[in-house]
Design a protein around this ligand. Structure first.
Ligand SMILES: Cc1cc2nc3c(=O)[nH]c(=O)nc-3n(C[C@H](O)[C@H](O)[C@H](O)COP(=O)(O)O)c2cc1C
Length: 178
């Protein structure tokens, strides 16, 4: 069952997650391609889709939203999973004690899940390398309100990402309910 892992990534962290998911799916006998949403075409050749975006300002990136909108009819006829790469840091909870994976779910996720009838959505911790940031992002990071939430480092949990891709592989291998 060929799978497309389509991603929107500004600085590469989400691309890395998408590539890892594609490798794991391929290892589990579901040949998968990781492509940026701008490069992804020929959707007819795929039987399932994993779509992910980096989260900026509590939203998916515009190109990821456009990809889902443009291809919603095809996507809705196939198994689809969504993921977001966002929170940073080594703590699972923010200063108010909220679970970071829950607190950072992008605002449009429930609507997207409905549009494509997604089988699931997962938030993964991301990565931030200050050297890759543009001027405005560096300035924003210096604001007291943002500083604590945007620490430098690579917080991607590869074991968690592999496990999720493994779950998807198992679900794809399951015979359809009659
Ligand atoms: C300016 C800026 C704003 C961000 N806003 C959010 C946010 O609202 N929610 C979140 O979970 N992560 C946020 N992040 C963290 C990024 O989503 C995280 O670094 C992500 O892994 C980046 O993915 P990319 O390298 O693929 O672009 C922000 C990062 C930056 C630099």
């Amino acid at each position: 069952m060929p799978v497309l892992v389509a991603y929107a990534s500004k600085h590469g962290a989400t691309r890395g997650i998408a590539e890892r998911i594609a490798v794991k799916l391929t290892d589990e006998d579901h040949p998968a391609d990781a492509r940026s949403v701008q490069e992804a075409s020929g959707l007819e050749g795929y039987d399932a889709f994993v779509i992910g975006s980096a989260t900026y300002g509590f939203h998916w990136m515009d190109e990821a939203l456009a990809f889902v909108k443009l291809n919603s009819a095809v996507l809705a006829r196939h198994p689809v999973w969504l993921f977001s790469s966002g929170p940073l840091g080594n703590e699972a909870r923010d200063a108010k004690g909220q679970d970071l994976r829950t607190a950072t779910v992008p605002k449009e996720i429930s609507e997207l899940q409905e549009v494509v009838q997604a089988r699931g959505h997962r938030v993964f911790f991301g990565a931030l390398d200050p050297d890759t940031l543009g001027f405005a992002e560096r300035a924003l990071r210096k604001l007291p309100a943002a500083r604590a939430g945007l620490p430098e480092g690579d917080f991607r949990d590869w074991a968690e990402i592999d496990a999720w891709a493994g779950d998807i592989a198992h679900e794809l291998a399951r015979p359809p309910a009659s």
